[in-house]
Design a protein around this ligand. Structure first.
Ligand code: GTR
Length: 413
C-alpha cells in the first residue's frame, strides 16, 4: 500500500502539465487508513465504524481542528424566519431569511439565506454552504439583508463591506433552483469573524468566555463547520427541505470547512470540497503549494495550536488528508480543483480521494483508484466519489456547479 503511493507520486510527476510539475512534490508515504493503532488491519465496516473511525476523528480533533462543542453548548438557540417571499428570482423560488440566534438576546447569530424552488412536490434536497462576503454578495436580489452595523463592528478592524452581487458568480441560484434543489448559505464572519482576535468575539466568546485555551481548543474552521451544523438543525425543522438530502459545500477555506462539517456531522448526505487545498483535500506530505508552515503562519486562528507542531514536519503527522476524506465514507464525496490553482495542489487533492477508496470499499462501494491524474475538464466519477480539474484559477464557477449537480442527482434525487 505505502509503496504504491510512493510510486504514484513519482509517476504523476512525469505526466503533469508544466504549471504543476514546476515544483516537484516530495515522494511520500501515506499512512494506511485501515491500519489501527494496535497494528491490526481493519477488515470490515463494523470495525471501521466502531474502532478505526473514532481513532482518526480523535487525531483530527486533538491535532488539527480542535474539539468542537455540540448544539447543547447553545441551549438558548432559536430560529426566526424574518423575511419570506414567494416571488424571488423572477418567481422561480421562495426566499427565506432565517435568523439563527445562539443566545437569548440575539447578540450572537447567523443569518441564513435560502432559496427554495416553487416548482416542487414535497420537500426538496438542498445545498448548504458558507459564503465569504455576506449573503448580499451572493446575489443581486435587492431584498437580501445586509450586515447590521453591530455585526460589522465585530469584524476585522477596517473591514470593508463588499457591494451586492460581488460573489454572485459563485452562487448560480437560478441554475440550482431550476435543477430542483434548494440552496442555503450564511456568511462565515457571522459565526467567527475571520481574523486573529484571540477568540474574543464570535461564537468562541459566547461558548468559551474567557476560559483559558489549550492546544486542543477549537479554531475558526471548526467554528464555521459548527455553524453549518446549526444551519442543519434549522433545516431539519423546515418542511420545504428534505433534511436527509442535504449536500454541504464550500470553496477554499470554506472547502476545508465543508470537509470538516461532513466529518463531524453525519447528517450531511453528501460533501463537496471546491479547491480546499492545504489542510482540506490536498495531501500534506506532498508539500506542494501551500504548506502547513505557511497556513499556520498566515492564519494562526484557523486550526488548533497542536497543529503547529507539524510545521515543516508533515511526514511526522500520524494522519494525512485522505483520512479526512475517509471520514465522509460511505457518503458520496466530490473534490474539485482548478489547473492554475497550484497553491491548492490539484494533484494532492485528487490523490486524497484515491487514498480514501479502501475505506469506501469496506462499505461495498467503489471509489477512485486510477493513479493517472485526470485531464483538464474530464470529470471522473467512480462509485461514491467524483473529481474534476477545470481550466482557470482559484474560484467557484458555473462549470463547477455543472459537475456537482449531476453528481448530486445520482444520490439525492
Ligand atoms: C488562501 C489560503 C488558502 C485558501 C484561500 C481561500 O490565502 O492560503 O488556504 O483557504 O486563501 O480561502 O481563498
Amino acid at each position: 500500500m505505502k509503496h504504491l503511493f510512493k510510486l504514484a507520486a513519482i509517476a504523476v510527476l512525469s505526466i503533469l502539465p508544466l504549471s504543476l510539475d514546476a515544483q516537484p512534490a516530495n515522494p511520500y508515504e501515506l499512512p494506511d487508513p485501515l491500519l489501527m493503532e494496535n497494528g491490526k488491519i481493519v477488515r470490515n465496516k463494523n470495525q471501521w465504524i466502531k474502532e478505526r473511525r473514532p481513532e482518526i476523528m480523535e487525531m483530527l480533533r486533538s491535532q488539527m481542528f480542535g474539539r468542537e462543542p455540540g448544539a447543547d453548548a447553545v441551549p438558548d438557540m432559536h430560529f426566526k424566519v424574518i423575511e419570506e417571499s414567494h416571488d424571488a428570482l423572477g418567481g422561480l423560488a421562495t426566499r427565506k431569511q432565517v435568523k439563527i440566534s445562539f443566545d437569548k438576546n440575539e447578540k450572537y447569530y447567523l443569518m441564513l439565506l435560502m432559496y427554495v424552488p416553487n416548482d416542487k412536490k414535497g420537500p426538496v434536497p438542498a445545498f448548504l454552504g458558507a459564503n465569504f462576503k455576506g449573503n448580499h454578495a451572493t446575489t443581486d436580489d435587492p431584498e437580501v439583508l445586509m450586515f447590521t452595523p453591530e455585526k460589522i463592528a465585530t469584524f476585522a478592524p477596517g473591514y470593508v463591506v463588499e457591494p451586492r452581487a460581488t460573489n454572485a458568480h459563485r452562487w448560480p441560484y437560478e441554475y440550482i433552483i431550476k435543477n430542483g434543489y434548494a440552496v442555503a448559505t450564511y456568511c462565515y464572519h457571522d459565526v467567527d469573524p475571520d481574523f486573529h482576535d484571540g477568540f474574543h468575539n464570535g461564537i468562541h466568546q459566547l461558548i468559551d468566555g474567557d476560559k483559558p485555551r489549550n492546544g486542543e481548543s477549537w479554531g475558526s474552521i471548526s467554528a464555521w463547520a459548527w455553524g453549518l451544523s446549526r444551519c442543519m438543525d434549522y433545516l431539519e425543522t423546515d418542511k420545504d427541505i428534505n433534511s436527509k438530502k442535504v449536500a454541504v459545500i464550500g470553496h477554499s477555506r470554506l472547502g476545508k470547512t465543508s470537509l470538516w462539517a461532513g466529518a463531524t456531522d453525519q447528517r450531511f448526505a453528501l460533501v463537496i470540497s471546491n479547491e480546499s487545498g492545504c489542510s482540506g483535500a490536498a495531501i500534506a506530505r506532498r508539500k506542494f503549494g501551500e504548506t502547513l508552515q505557511a497556513i499556520n503562519r498566515n492564519f494562526p486562528h484557523w486550526f488548533c495550536d497542536n497543529y503547529k507542531a507539524y510545521n515543516g514536519r508533515e511526514e511526522k503527522m500520524p494522519w494525512d488528508q485522505h483520512e479526512l476524506i475517509a471520514m465522509i465514507a460511505p457518503r458520496p464525496v466530490y473534490v474539485a480543483s482548478a489547473i492554475e490553482d497550484t497553491w491548492a495542489d490539484p494533484v494532492g487533492e485528487y490523490f486524497s480521494l484515491v487514498g480514501a477508496t479502501s475505506v469506501y470499499n469496506l462499505f461495498g462501494y467503489d471509489g477512485i483508484t486510477s493513479h493517472e491524474f485526470p485531464a483538464v475538464e474530464h470529470p471522473v466519477s467512480v462509485g461514491r466519489m467524483g473529481y474534476h480539474v477545470r481550466r482557470g484559477a482559484h474560484n467557484t464557477l458555473l462549470y463547477d456547479w455543472e459537475q456537482f449537480i449531476p453528481f448530486a442527482d445520482r444520490f439525492l434525487k
